[in-house]
Ligand binder design. Structure first.
Ligand code: PBG
Length: 324
């Protein structure tokens, strides 16, 4: 149909028409809120590069989880900042460490919210790498046992889902097998399957105090130039037992989300990462953009590309906006 028979503007003419023909709808159900847990009581330390976000002690995490739940958000993802780091990441899997205690408290006080834990070693290793380091090399296979132990300790503390973000080969299978053997075959694994080596993680590394102390993460995180490799990574994790496949970051990788949506049949999560959040917040603080509209448009684009779930630091604001 061509003009004048077809007039695209007819169905854009008023709010009701626009509502009725909207193809992609953002929902509170899509949102996962990341939170940063620190030791102590009544502590709320602002994260400079992520305005509106804080490192929170357990009591404040419980409050934030309650707030998220009240806003209609189904899940949070927890990152722990331990009191000490060492070359064996012992605080990553200790039963009395930061994530384990925080999970327990949230599950006790806010039982309705789904608690996902980020499973990685970078925040717990003194060198800040996501795996075990031997002679300056990140040793893949030696890291697997530590990662599986970490995931298991989170689940024993009450985590509803684990999310390995380290990018070691084979860790999803190792975690799945360990959970199954220990009687946790019902706990899903959301794999950071397609995680690029990205400058967009900068603010997070400040928030989680997890920047690598030598070199970079390019020997395990993916090259932003690669798309076919994303299919391979996702396929491998699915075969190892992943339940949800994550793409990270989101905005510069919408083509990857779209492509995976065509190729795989599992739910896809996209991580709208710290740098993406920081850029928008900076624009808002400068008064150069309307951040509220920008965030809604951004999340809509991630959903339109094919994401079923979105991890975003804007989750609470967005959920409240969607409630109105
Ligand atoms: C840990 C991890 C990172 C993020 C999530 N888990 C950082 C990294 O790989 O350096 C980034 C999240 C964000 O930037 O919001 N491996």
């Amino acid at each position: 149909m061509l003009f004048p028979d077809y007039r695209g503007r007819r169905l854009r003419a008023n709010k009701n028409f626009r509502r009725m023909i909207q193809e992609t709808k953002l929902s509170r159900d899509d949102l996962i809120l990341p939170l940063f847990a620190i030791e102590g009581k009544a502590k709320k330390r602002p994260i400079e590069s992520m305005p509106g976000h804080f490192q929170l002690s357990c009591d404040h995490i419980v409050t934030a989880a309650k707030e998220a739940s009240d806003a209609g958000i189904p899940a949070i993802i927890l990152f722990g900042i331990p009191d000490k780091k060492d070359p064996l990441a012992t605080r990553a899997y200790a039963a009395d460490s930061i994530v384990q205690k925080t999970v327990q408290a949230v599950k006790e006080k806010v039982p309705d919210i789904c608690v996902i834990t980020d499973v990685c070693l970078c925040g717990y290793m003194d060198h800040g790498h996501c795996g075990f380091v031997e002679n300056g090399i990140i040793d893949n296979d030696a890291s697997l046992d530590l990662l599986a132990k970490t995931a298991l300790s989170h689940v024993k503390a009450g985590a509803d889902m684990v999310a390995p973000s380290d990018m070691m080969d084979g860790r999803v299978g190792e975690i799945r097998q360990t959970l199954d053997e220990e009687g946790f075959s019902h706990i899903p694994v959301m794999s950071y399957a397609v995680k690029y080596s990205s400058a967009f993680y900068g603010p997070f590394r400040q928030a989680a105090e997890s920047a690598p102390q030598f070199g970079d993460r390019k020997t395990y995180q993916m090259d932003p130039a690669n798309a076919i490799e994303a299919i391979r990574e996702a396929t491998m994790d699915i075969e190892e037992g992943a339940d949800i496949i994550m793409v990270k970051p989101a905005l510069s990788y919408l083509d990857i989300i779209y492509r995976l949506k065509q190729e795989i049949d599992l739910p896809i999560a996209a991580y709208n990462v710290s740098g993406e959040y920081a850029i928008m917040k900076a624009g808002e603080i400068m008064g150069w953009v309307n951040a509220k509209e920008l965030i809604m448009e951004t999340l809509l684009s991630i959903k339109r590309a094919g994401a079923d779930l979105i991890l975003t630091y804007s989750a609470v604001d967005v959920a409240r906006e969607l409630n109105n």
